[in-house]
Design a protein around this ligand. Structure first.
Ligand code: NIG
Ligand code: FE
Length: 410
């Protein structure tokens, strides 16, 4: 069954943009009065609406009225939205002058979310997750990576990953789970970092593999979490077990992105503290540089050097880091638009970072651009010019969002 959706004032398929490096808006290929032909949930063609209509007379038409600009659905390749409770107290302490690391050292921070998430049952976590997923989907995010990391025990990490799996069965958004049991050292392993990581390697990762709960593993490399040599060993072993790996890197101090590259991680995420040394290394590597402007906004910190990373030739993705601590806002487009104004990123760079470049950080090559054979995950903004989207700094939201899963059911 074929379905033709349109006409749209502008379609930006993003097919012409490179995977790495700086881009210019002049490179954007814009299809005016365009249509998207969908067959069995996948894109069959993108082009002029009237031409597609005459070439496909039997296609069902979903007629679009009013001006709309179409983009691929966004891929949020870094979130921590499986949590219970709030950290509004931490936020108030931070605006009163305490730092994120000071709050963590005093027993708050991530540990506070661990306590609240451990106390919630799986069904409650699934329900909380689904609300956040629905909000993201309404804002054009059709693929969401979701980390565990607020359990920090075998049972509580499994509970989080099972809640993510249960949510995946109840939404048309694609969810990509990641095990972040190495988020910080749990209190009962006081001082014993290697022992904790070995415990995870021996007793958690095999269960995750066996129950197919995730195929990605993340670690927070930072003075307050895990050091580079423990991380490298952990990541190498996780890789041997068949996991893809990713790193929370260079958020406050450096070391993490170099570890990520050595471990051949799919991505190094955060990078607020990265210097020219790390920037050049990332640019030369296949590791995607993921910037998380939501964490900069939440912590009142500098942005990652997105402009420099692009100019050096890196593959730059932009993700929300949505979590109860450092990035409570969770509005991916707003965060990207606001960072773009400071970092001087053009629309092509922002849209690439939110779509196919982010998909590559998740090793997904079936989405993020609008062309034949790709998923029909896409979104339409009620405006007549793509430039309105960043100009309105996140306040202009899509009024229509499609996923392949929705379209298959029609
Ligand atoms: O990506 N930096 C470490 N982890 C999260 C924050 C988690 C939290 O504060 O709850 C981050 O910013
Ligand atoms: Fe994070």
């Amino acid at each position: 069954m074929k379905k033709l959706i349109g006409p749209f004032t502008q379609i930006l398929p993003l097919t012409e943009l490179s995977l790495k490096g700086a881009l210019k808006d002049e490179q954007l290929h814009i299809i005016p009065q365009g249509g998207v032909l969908v067959e069995d949930g996948l894109i069959a063609a993108v082009g002029d609406f009237e031409q597609l209509r005459s070439a496909n007379p039997s296609a069902q038409i979903e007629e679009i009225t009013g001006d709309h600009v179409v983009l691929p659905g966004f891929v949020d390749c870094h979130t921590h939205i499986c949590f219970a409770g709030s950290r509004a107290k931490d936020y108030a302490l931070r605006t009163a002058g305490k730092t994120y690391l000071e709050i963590a050292k005093a027993g708050g921070g991530i540990w506070d979310s661990v306590t609240q998430t451990r106390a919630a049952d799986e069904a409650t976590l699934t329900e909380l997750l689904l609300k956040r997923i629905q909000r993201h989907l309404a804002e054009g995010v059709t693929t969401i990576e979701i980390k565990s990391g607020y359990g920090l025990s075998i049972d509580a990490e499994l509970k989080q990953l099972k809640a993510i799996k249960a949510a995946a069965d109840k939404t048309h958004t694609t969810l990509i789970p990641t095990c972040l049991a190495a988020h910080m050292l749990p209190k009962d392993f006081n001082g014993m970092h290697q022992e904790y990581l070995n415990h995870i390697l021996q007793n958690l990762l095999p269960v995750i593999k066996q129950q197919r709960l995730a195929n990605r593993v993340d670690i927070f490399v930072e003075e307050s979490a895990f050091n580079t040599s423990d991380a490298l060993n952990y990541l190498a072993k996780a890789k041997q077990m068949g996991f893809e790996v990713t790193v929370h890197a260079d958020q406050f101090t450096t070391g993490g992105s170099e570890t990520a590259i050595k471990a051949r991680a799919v991505s190094a995420d955060h990078l607020e503290a990265s210097t020219d040394y790390e920037i050049n290394m990332l640019a030369k590597s296949d590791t995607v540089a993921v910037t998380l402007s939501g964490a900069s906004l939440g912590l009142g910190m500098v942005y990652a050097p997105a402009r420099k990373l692009l100019d050096a030739g890196a593959c730059l993705a932009i993700a929300s880091d949505w979590n109860p601590g450092s990035a409570p806002m969770g509005d991916l487009l707003m965060q990207a638009a606001v960072m773009a104004a400071s970092e001087k990123l053009c629309a092509a760079e922002v849209f690439a970072g939110l779509t196919f470049r982010a998909a590559s950080a998740l090793k997904l090559n079936d989405r993020g651009i609008l062309t034949k054979g790709k998923l029909a995950d896409m979104q339409a903004y009620p405006c007549d010019d793509y430039r309105e989207i960043l100009y309105q700094q996140g306040k202009l939201k899509p009024d229509k969002v499609w996923t392949t899963a929705d379209l298959l059911r029609l």
